[in-house]
Design a protein around this ligand. Structure first.
Ligand code: 5GP
Ligand code: ZN
Length: 138
């Protein structure tokens, strides 16, 4: 992908603070971190998002993520981390080359990622049925 920023980083045409590389995956620091040590895990093969890539790509990413997240947590003195993926513009995806965000977390750091709400009566069961129906028809 000629114009993809992450493909350019992977090809070495743009700089990055790389922390990990194997033959399938690279990981580098996010240039605008949510927290210090915020790291992106990126497959070397270009896919736009999580739904259009081969599951093997995801397996390689998650294997690398386990190693990298351990090191990020240890190096930043964090006591946990969030693993995130923005899939689609509506979900906040800006770079359309699949990547996972590792965001180090401290106890009481005040970052609130997932504001929640209550389902109305019966809504949860109805939605679960609709999702299961889609899964059965695949
Ligand atoms: P998205 O919203 O697509 O999941 O996140 C893209 C992330 O890539 C953002 O957090 C953004 O700060 C980061 N990013 C965008 N351009 C660059 C870049 O050129 N270098 C690095 N290291 N990170 C980038
Ligand atoms: Zn790309």
């Amino acid at each position: 992908m000629a114009d993809c920023i992450f493909c350019k980083i992977i090809r070495g045409e743009l700089p990055c603070s790389k922390v990990y590389e194997d033959d399938k995956v690279v990981a580098f620091l996010d240039i605008h971190p949510v927290r210090d040590g915020h790291t992106l895990v990126v497959p070397k093969i270009h896919c736009d998002n999580l739904l259009d890539c081969d599951p093997e790509v995801l397996a390689n990413m998650i294997r690398a993520t386990q190693k990298v997240a351990r090191a990020v947590v240890s190096a930043t003195g964090a006591s946990g981390f969030n693993l995130g993926v923005n899939s689609g513009r509506a979900a906040g995806q800006v770079i359309f080359h699949l990547h996972l965000h590792i965001i180090p977390r401290m106890e009481g750091d005040g970052l609130r990622l997932w504001p929640s709400r209550e389902y109305g009566s019966g809504e949860m069961q109805t939605l679960a049925e609709r999702i299961k129906q889609r899964l059965r028809s695949r």
